[in-house]
Write a protein that binds this ligand. Sequence first.
Ligand code: GLU
Length: 475
Amino acid sequence: MTVKTRFAPSPTGYLHVGGARTALYSWLFAKNQGGEFVLRIEDTDLERNSQQAVDAILEGMQWMGLEWDEGPYFQSKRFDRYNEMVDILLAQDKAYKCYASKELLDEIRAEQEENKQMPRYDANHPKIIAANEAAKDGDPCVVRFRNPTQGSVVFEDQIRGRIEIANDQLDDLIIRRTDGAPTYNFVVVVDDWDMGITHVVRGEDHINNTPRQINIYKALGAPVPTFAHCAMILGDDGAKLSKRHGAVSVMQYRDEGYLPNALNNYLVRLGWSHGDQEIFSQQEMIELFTLDAISKSASAFNTEKLLWLNNYYIKTSDPEYVAEHLQWHLDNQNLNVENGPTLTQVIKLVGERCNTLVELAEQIRYFYEDFSDFEAGAAKKHLRGVAKGPLELALAKVETLENWDTVSIKENVIAAVCAELDIGMGKLGMPLRVAVTGGGQSPSVDAVMELVGKERVIARIKMALAFISQREANT
Ligand code: GLU
């Protein structure tokens, strides 16, 4: 049997982290089993669904690298198929038309509440029987599934273990509404059957639907898939994860400068474990993933840990991969990197200092663009009269330096100036850093100078010297 899993989002908004984790687990399980992964858009609720949301989901899945082998299927295009199946159940008397009006059902519910009974649809209620007998063909009606009244539904959830629900707890579910639209619990079953889904991995908010769906599979004569219901994700304060906790949309993580590999690594560990291992390459995740190692209890989101992982991935990933994702931020921050060192060179030098790609994009501007002002605090502290002599000598040495590489700059400019003037490294290093980068923080200044390039370094030291002269003239 080929394993086939699916992710079946309803397009009511963006792809949020909870959905993304479900998609990831479902995808990983399929890959682990050498199986296939299907994407299905559950867009039957025409009022709440939008094309924008569909696009956002597809964009989120693509950004995470969760490629689907089949689909996307759209439920809105399959109404004929669902209706065909409703008609089959009707013909087999496994479903029936119910003409009870909403008012009548409300009245019965109120009665049940008053009598301290569980409010539920009761096909044998005399008023419902009477309403159905009085109805004429063509009157508005719903179609209800005839749920078994005896016995119970039992299934072995791959995460939560054995679950048993007595059939008398389940009422006759509407499978086609008065307006002719089939309902969620019915179409999911038809789809999962038609699409050959063997394993349904989804959020535990659907666990109450599962016994009802299992009864429908059985009525249709369809094989029942294996189920795995994942626990919720909570915010770091223990409440259900929501916008209040910061980013919840996958694309917002892109916008905030996370690498998809870091987010995937974070999400896989959020509710699944393999010993105490924290870092998983995509290949390792695929090899090691099992459903039974998914946690039964809710997991709390921890942004600190995600940041730590992101930093880890920025500094250890292939710089080409980082560059590919950095490009979006460069465009967003309007930074053209054609005129300067290659991105991979800059990423190797600066990447480890950054937790996000937003920071990285911000911190590399001076490699590509000249600036007209120095950072006020850094300039005040380091571009003073005492720095003039060391900077002038450094300038002279830079101008005549033949080999423009980090080692030569370090030995023949920085160390040479310090030796000649008999000063400590800091007396030159900091003014030089502010001169070349505009600010007081950067990686090793010799390596920075190599990438900034000789011409720019010369112009910037001259600018720093002019700044110092101006400052001296003003005091
Ligand atoms: N469309 C449902 C949702 O977005 C998921 C249904 C399922 O996975 O069975 O919550």
